[in-house]
Design a protein around this ligand. Structure first.
Ligand code: R5P
Length: 317
């Protein structure tokens, strides 16, 4: 596919090959032949097996589990492309890991999100295309153009298809997620509730206050990340205790580490809907109450627009 900055090339690391294939199918552009494998001692070996000289290259790689390996793959692929004279390299990060350490909550702690942004930039990325950053200001941690896409249009379509919107209430599982949840509530014209989590004294368990009347409502929890599943499962219990009819959750990034899938399966959540920004494991695929929406066409369209120097933000108008 020709773009304004030379031919488009798509390169995939090992984090999410299924999503990379789906993006390639959307763009009708095959993945560039490349080897990304390990030496015997687990160091990463990369070889791009096609000419990329002068090309507009998009590297699709989520820095998901194992985060350090996938980040290192991204850096080494980027270095290989730079040295092979690619005209422009865009790091396409469907999930940007290390985002949760985005400020110093106490003395002598790192700002890992900034460090990782520096690493990606120094490796040679010219642009970043990512999705639902944990905090919008992480965009500013990159000193190169960074587009932060939203999964909300994909979620809104699904919600409109499946729910009687007259009875839906959007719920933010914590105070930090209110802006995100309010955005969804506005798009589907539903009211908003907020869960206020508080630990009154150190060592005591968290008290969850539900702000808003959820009695008899179908509640939809919205968040960017589900990791251990603790936030969601506790939020679902708190909403049901306040009389909610049923609780669903729409979460962009299904990190789902450790026993999270089992925790969600055993919970009172009617359904957890995630995207394929992180490649779903077999456990996720067979879980009864977890469903995956694909963001391949959203990312594919954003790549096409970036290559054509067209507006990306208008995807969300
Ligand atoms: C927190 O700020 C995030 O938005 C998520 O609520 C959190 O990362 C979820 O983590 P867990 O699933 O482990 O409770």
């Amino acid at each position: 596919m020709p773009g304004k900055n030379g031919a488009i090339k798509l390169v995939a690391g090992n984090s999410n090959p299924r999503l990379a294939e789906a993006i390639a199918a959307y763009l009708k552009t095959p993945l560039t032949r490349a080897v990304v494998r390990r030496f015997a001692d687990m160091e990463i070996f990369v070889e791009i097996q096609e000419n990329v000289r002068g090309a507009d290259v998009f590297v699709v790689q989520s820095t998901s589990f194992p985060a350090n390996d996938h980040l290192m793959e991204l850096l080494i692929i980027t270095d290989a492309l730079k040295r092979a004279s690619a005209r422009r390299i865009t790091a396409v990060l469907p999930y940007f890991g290390y985002a949760r350490q985005d400020r110093k909550p106490g003395p002598r702690t790192p700002i890992s999100a900034k460090l990782v942004a520096n690493l990606i930039t120094r490796a040679g990325a010219d642009r970043v295309l990512t999705l639902d950053l944990h905090a919008g200001q992480i965009q500013g941690f990159f000193d190169i153009p960074t587009d932060n896409l939203y999964a909300s249009p994909v979620m809104v379509r699904d919600i409109k298809d499946r729910f009687d919107l007259a009875n839906v209430m959007v719920v933010s599982p914590d105070v930090g997620g209110v802006v995100r949840a309010r955005g969804l509530a506005k798009r589907i014209n539903a009211p908003l509730a907020i869960i206020d989590k508080r630990r009154e004294r150190p060592g005591e368990s968290e008290v969850m206050n539900v702000i808003g009347d959820v009695d008899g409502r179908t509640c939809i929890l919205l968040d960017d990340i589900v990791d251990s599943g603790g936030t969601l499962v506790n939020a679902a219990d708190a909403l049901l205790a306040q009389g909610a009819k049923e609780v669903y959750a729409y979460i962009t990034h299904g990190v789902l580490s450790g026993g999270a899938v089992a925790r969600v399966t055993a919970s009172h959540l009617k359904e957890l809907v995630i995207t394929d920004s992180i490649q779903p494991t077999e456990a996720v695929r067979v879980a009864d109450n977890i469903r995956v929406l694909s963001i391949a066409s959203l990312l594919g369209e954003a790549i096409a627009r970036t290559a054509a120097e067209e507006s990306v933000s208008s995807l969300f108008d």
